[in-house]
Design a protein around this ligand. Sequence first.
Ligand SMILES: Nc1ncnc2c1ncn2[C@@H]1O[C@H](COP(=O)(O)OP(=O)(O)OP(=O)(O)O)[C@@H](O)[C@H]1O
Ligand SMILES: [Mg+2]
Length: 257
Amino acid sequence: MSALLEAKNIAYSVPERGSSVFGSRKKTVLQDVSLHVAERETLGIVGSSGSGKSTLSRILTGLIRPEKGKILFQGQDLRDANRQVRKDIRPSIQMIFQDPQGALDPRQTVRQIVKEPLHQMALSNDEKERRVLEALADVALPQDAADRYPRMFSGGQRQRIAIARALVTRPSVIVADEAVSALDVSTQAVVLNLLLDLQKRHGLSYIFVSHDLAVIRHISHRVAVLDEGKIVETGPTLSVMDHPQHAATQDLIDASL
Ligand SMILES: Nc1ncnc2c1ncn2[C@@H]1O[C@H](COP(=O)(O)OP(=O)(O)OP(=O)(O)O)[C@@H](O)[C@H]1O
Ligand SMILES: [Mg+2]
């Protein structure tokens, strides 16, 4: 299978807390991370808190630059691409952010929130409006949801708003950072099934990030285990879960039982 989105030898570090500008020490967040996702595939990224999952998600979607390594979309190095190409690629890679409260601005209507990723795209206002309503329908929110505010919705519905915002640009890959972690177990299952359904309907690829292997098991074809900023194990989800090779994987399995 050829890669749709690929990370090659990604490294990232942040200044150590308390270190000064002079002789600053660095804390490694990601080290030599390589992974890929193919068309219509779901790659799960699993790791304990602080293992670097959100940082990796932001690098994969181009929100932050890696210190070393590169991100390729359909074989095209995003760093080498000229402005126009980058602008064309950007809508193809979307993110669902961790922390659903923070991700949805409470002062904005659902219409404004879902429309936001379209600002960079050269579309008429009518077309943008049409896309917003289409995205809301896609996640089974009523059309009158557009004029309401996030607080008027349940946790599961708010997550649907976040998914609609990711869908509105018609991406080919969505990086979902802990997309169901804030939800109760039964709502988690409903939202995961929605994501599976959207994947089938739109031929989407997912990079699905979670600390919870039970969730990863439900949705991922392959899994990569992140431990202290390194990928320590990768393979088909069921074989990794049934025959874990690394202590970090076993710990995550024990925690999800
Ligand atoms: N901008 C930053 N400044 C300081 N430290 C950072 C920064 N970004 C990430 N880190 C550190 O990098 C490590 C990884 O953080 P990250 O948020 O990527 O982990 P995570 O796996 O998403 O954790 P969680 O499961 O809790 O969401 C943490 O130790 C975090 O404190
Ligand atoms: Mg995180």
